[in-house]
Design a protein around this ligand. Structure first.
Ligand SMILES: O=C(O)CCC(=O)C(=O)O
Ligand SMILES: [Fe+2]
Length: 447
């Protein structure tokens, strides 16, 4: 089209539109209200306000204090803020007092089986010690932290994972967005707390201001597939780490080290590059706690184990540390149905559209009947001349896929049953039961 001749294929614009729609004064009241909301209402887009493209307009119209505005601007620009005096020193001291017990190898055997499993995953850290140490949970759920994160992200924060370290991690540079991501994106952050003074000797946290603005990395862009189990030696993760090394060099990113007094806090945006610097005095401790936060109303997954390009997500069973309750996967609060796959990854569907994806139990029963029909001697071969051999093969393959998915679902329900058997009366049994109920009944269609 040359732009002058009217296109006969194109429908006439609705009456409220006109040729000058780019100019504010020519907008219909509805369009004007939408533009206005985008600029001034933090809830108009499903993006954390602090990371929004409309951040400046949202900030200008916000009622928060000047101090809070300065903090939000720093977080927006740099991807982190460092704060002092967030926690009561008594709480920090009480947590420090638990460290000897927490890191005594003899403690592990005394803990509930699922906590033993978590602790044994990596002896250098205590993963999700909040199950057994109330001080860890209190630090993660501290009202000041929750309030601040709520203001920055515009949704209720959900502390979902704690990591307690006794020594510097010396972890290679990464962004947490490769481990924890969500739909819609961006609703994740980390809070790092120094439980003793951090120096250049004991493995200070390293971070790269502004790196959160780099595009978030997808494995498919790196030519990789989601790994089947998390390991930092897995080839996809290795490739990712090297990609990060290359980008740090390419952009000449400025490296900072967090040398701070006990009790200091660094909050980072999910995509901020960070890691642990070298411990230069062997054996010296660097006790610290990291809490990872999601925000309400998302679908939560582990990108390093997922293939979003194929619609396959390794979903995370998120438990909200503030309530100890599981958090449902939704997209902006809209319910979704999780369709378990064969490899620990799942597909997701908008609730009500599941049947299109073969998840409906009635549909699965029909598939079983179809399978029996297909297996009937003589099926398709003279029995029904309308069904040719290729079609028969295609249907058999489809039935096989569904069987594998059903078996996987059964296996996961069995695993949960086993966990519940081991800890029937414990506080987390309720959470496990809720996870189980979301996964559907144990008994699949009869074979
Ligand atoms: O504490 C460190 O050195 C790094 C921790 C970290 O990267 C994390 O917990 O996300
Ligand atoms: Fe991290």
């Amino acid at each position: 089209m040359d732009g002058k001749t009217p296109d006969p294929e194109r429908p006439a614009p609705p009456p409220e539109h006109n040729a000058a729609a780019g100019r504010d004064e020519a907008l219909s009241p509805n369009d004007a209200a939408t533009v206005d909301a985008l600029l001034h209402d933090p809830a108009a887009l499903q993006v954390p306000p602090v990371e929004s493209v409309f951040f400046e307009s949202l900030l200008a119209g916000s009622q928060i204090t000047d101090e809070m505005k300065a903090l939000a601007r720093a977080y927006h620009d740099d991807g982190f803020v460092v704060l002092q005096d967030v926690f009561e020193p008594e709480l920090v001291d009480a947590l420090v007092g638990k460290y000897e017990w927490l890191f005594d190898p003899a403690t592990i055997g005394t803990l509930p089986p699922h906590v033993q499993e978590l602790f044994n995953l990596d002896p250098a850290r205590r993963l999700d010690a909040w199950w057994v140490c109330e001080e860890v949970r209190q630090l993660a759920c501290h009202p000041r932290v929750l309030e601040l994160l709520g203001l920055l992200y515009g949704r209720r924060p959900v502390p979902f994972q704690t990591l307690n370290f006794k020594y510097g991690t010396q972890q290679p540079t990464h962004s947490d967005a490769i481990h924890f991501w969500c739909i819609p994106s961006g609703y994740m952050c980390g809070v790092w707390v120094a439980l003793e003074e951090v120096t250049l000797e004991n493995g200070a946290l390293v971070y790269y201001p502004g790196s959160h603005k780099l595009p978030e990395v997808q494995l498919a862009q790196l030519g990789q597939w989601g790994m089947d189990g998390y390991t930092s030696h897995g080839s996809a993760y290795r490739f990712y780490e090297n990609y990060v090394r290359a980008i740090v060099r390419d952009r000449g990113l400025e490296e900072k080290k967090l040398t701070v007094p006990k009790g200091s806090v660094l909050i980072w945006a999910a995509n901020l590059l960070h890691g642990g610097s070298a411990v230069t005095r062997p054996g010296v401790t660097r006790i610290s706690q990291v809490t990872h936060y999601y925000f309400e109303g998302c679908t939560y997954y582990a990108p390093i184990l997922s293939n979003p390009a194929l619609g396959e997500y390794k979903l995370k069973d998120v438990i909200d540390l503030t309530t100890k309750e599981p958090v449902p996967h939704t997209i902006n609060g809209e319910p979704i149905t999780v369709i378990p796959g064969t490899d620990g990854r799942s597909r997701i569907a908008r609730a009500g559209t599941e049947t299109q994806w073969g998840f409906d139990p009635a549909l699965m029963r029909r598939m079983e009947q179809l399978k029996a029909e297909l297996d009937r001697p003589g099926a398709g071969g003279g029995g029904d001349p309308a069904v040719d051999a290729a079609e028969l093969q295609r249907l058999r393959a489809y039935v096989k896929t569904m069987e594998v998915e059903r078996d996987h679902l059964r296996h996961r329900v069995d695993q949960l049953d086993e966990a519940l058997r081991q800890a029937p009366g414990s506080p987390f049994a309720k959470a496990l039961r809720a996870v189980k109920s979301r996964m559907g009944p144990r008994s699949g269609p009869t074979t």
